[in-house]
Design a protein around this ligand. Structure first.
Ligand SMILES: *[C@@H]1O[C@H](CO)[C@@H](O)[C@H](O)[C@H]1NC(C)=O
Ligand SMILES: *[C@@H]1O[C@H](CO)[C@@H](O)[C@H](O)[C@H]1NC(C)=O
Length: 334
């Protein structure tokens, strides 16, 4: 699979980024970054998932790995890594990780080292990937979200600074919710944790774009790749997906990796007693109804995200803190 990806000359990077997006009153406050000689790009990972995740990083082309190849990221936490240009690599989220008898493993996207660090190993599929190819001297960077190795969590990648298109790319949907049984990876509790690509599941040339299917012309979308495409049209749904899944930005931007947008109850049952609380996904269509004071925009003023009232307005009333810290509080002193 990685070989197939290499045909594109792309690298994957995952960001659970934060701070990529700016509130309206903060537009255009990013610092200017000179373009002279070698530069380092900052890649910020943010976890917007309600649970801890463990991002992994992989530098390609046999180059030295980044200073950090895997780390724990609590809910709402961020971590920034410096990357020396030129650089190519990928990032992915690992979930449900734990240490047993001194061995660290993850139920999804494990990198097989037995440690939190991935030390040059990639993710065992399925894994949602963010791939980034950073050019030397402020040249054109390429980046994308790839589901070629399957899906485990929603991810996105956005640029900060830079010139040109510089659009955010995201896979905001929960593909696990529509994953066909033959592609599902289930946890011990029976929930679907990840969705394999058809290539991983069946290892057949028409799904892996190998053998007679090794060109864009001879490897059309399949009924399986269309499931990924329908959920996340900006992401690569298979190796020869439409080229517009690759995004570009010049002028040495920084990167923010993304947003995991699912809302996942940690317990509880439905009020009618019919079962556990379902996972609720926040889909892109919210852009139509996002109030203007919650809209986050990119440097061109285009909509990229809708903040929660708590994140945007920092008001205790919306954050359930202070006088509003219990389910029944009125905000009045007790
Ligand atoms: C996809 O197509 C294959 C081959 O025609 C078929 O066996 C399989 O059931 C289909 N799967 C889905 C999810 O449509
Ligand atoms: C990619 O290109 C196809 C066909 O040219 C188009 O239908 C689709 O909307 C494009 N997707 C994006 C995300 O621009």
């Amino acid at each position: 699979m990685m070989k197939t990806l290499a045909l594109y000359g792309l690298t994957l990077a995952f960001f659970f980024l934060s701070d990529t997006f700016q509130l309206p009153n903060m537009i255009n406050t990013y610092g200017y970054k000179p373009e002279s000689g070698a530069h380092s790009a900052k890649i910020t990972f943010t976890n917007n998932c309600p649970r801890t995740i463990w991002p992994g990083t992989l530098t390609s082309d046999q180059k030295p790995q980044l200073s950090n190849t895997g780390f724990e990221l609590a809910s709402k936490a961020s971590l920034t890594l410096d990357v020396q240009a030129p650089w190519k690599g990928r990032f992915w989220p690992r979930t449900r990780c734990s240490t047993n008898a001194g061995k660290f493993t993850c139920e999804t996207a494990d990198c097989g080292t037995g440690q939190v660090a991935c030390n040059g190993n990639g993710a065992v599929p399925p894994a949602s990937l963010v791939e980034i190819n950073i050019a030397a001297n402020g040249g054109m960077d390429y980046y994308d979200v790839s589901l070629v190795d399957g899906f485990n969590l929603p991810v996105s990648v956005a640029t900060k600074g830079g010139t040109g298109d510089c659009k955010a790319s995201s896979c905001p949907a929960n593909v696990n919710a529509v994953c066909p049984a033959e592609l599902q990876v289930k946890g011990s509790d029976g929930s679907v944790l990840a969705c394999k690509s058809a290539c991983t599941a069946f290892n057949q040339p028409q799904y892996c774009c190998t053998g007679a299917f090794n060109t864009p012309e001879t490897c059309p979308p399949t009924n399986y790749s269309r499931i990924f495409e329908q959920q996340c049209s900006q992401a690569y749904s298979y190796a020869y997906d439409d080229k517009n899944s690759t995004f570009t930005c010049s002028g040495a931007p920084d990167y923010a990796m993304v947003k995991v947008v699912r809302i996942e109850p940690t317990g509880g049952t439905l009020v009618d007693g019919s079962g556990p609380c379902p996972i609720v996904d926040c889909v892109l269509a919210i852009s139509n109804v996002c109030p203007s004071n919650l809209v986050a925009t990119n440097k061109d003023g285009q909509y990229v995200d809708c903040y929660s009232a708590c994140d945007a307005l920092k008001d205790p009333k919306y954050c359930c803190i202070g006088d509003y810290s219990s389910p029944h509080s009125t905000g009045l002193p007790a």
